[in-house]
Design a protein around this ligand. Structure first.
Ligand code: 5GP
Ligand code: ZN
Length: 147
C-alpha cells in the first residue's frame, strides 16, 4: 500500500521509534513542534477516526496515554497536547490515523489556536438539535441492524 506511515511501520523508511506493542507504534515527528513531538498510530492501516476499528482505536489511545506520561516525565514537560486531525481541511496530511503527542513547556513558541466565533442562544439550540437528532437516527439504524 502506498502509505507513508505503513512504509515506516514496515521498516521500508527509517524512523526514530520510541514505542511499540502488538497493535501500536510511535515514532518522533520529523518536523516537530517541540522536542519530543511524537506520532502514535495503529500498525494496521486506517485512514481516519471514521475508518478506524473501535477496539484498535481503544488500544492506540491507551498507548498514547502511556507515551504521554513517559514524555512528560522524561522530558520534564509542563503539559502535553494530544492532537488528531481528520481530513485535509482539518490539517491531516498523512492519511494513516495518528495522534500527535506534543510536549509543552512554560515558555515554548508553539501556537495552537482557533478563533472564537460568536453564536447566539438560538444557534446553540439549533446545533444541539441537529446533533441529538442525528444521534437518535444512528441509534435507530443500529437497533434496526440488531433486528
Ligand atoms: P498530520 O498533519 O497528517 O496530522 O501530521 C503528519 C505529521 O507527519 C506531520 O507533523 C509531519 O511532520 C509528520 N511526517 C511527515 N512525513 C514524515 C516522515 O517521513 N517521518 C516522520 N517521522 N514524520 C513525518
Ligand atoms: Zn498506512
Amino acid at each position: 500500500m502506498d502509505c507513508l506511515f505503513c512504509k515506516i511501520i514496515r521498516g521500508e523508511i527509517p524512523s526514530r521509534k520510541v514505542y511499540e506493542d502488538k497493535d501500536s507504534v510511535a515514532f518522533l515527528d520529523i518536523n516537530p513542534a517541540n522536542p519530543g513531538h511524537t506520532l502514535v498510530m495503529p500498525k494496521k492501516h486506517a485512514e481516519n477516526i471514521f475508518d478506524a476499528d473501535d477496539e484498535m482505536l481503544g488500544r492506540v489511545i491507551v498507548a498514547a496515554k502511556a507515551i504521554s506520561k513517559k514524555i512528560k516525565d522524561s522530558l520534564n514537560a509542563d503539559g502535553i497536547n494530544v492532537i488528531q486531525n481528520n481530513g485535509r481541511h482539518a490539517g491531516q496530511i498523512v492519511n494513516h490515523i495518528h495522534f500527535h503527542i506534543i510536549p509543552r513547556f512554560a515558555n515554548d513558541t508553539v501556537i495552537i489556536s482557533y478563533p472564537k466565533i460568536k453564536m447566539e442562544d438560538k444557534d446553540f439550540e439549533e446545533i444541539q438539535k441537529k446533533l441529538t437528532e442525528s444521534e437518535r437516527k444512528v441509534q435507530k439504524n443500529w437497533e434496526m441492524d440488531l433486528m
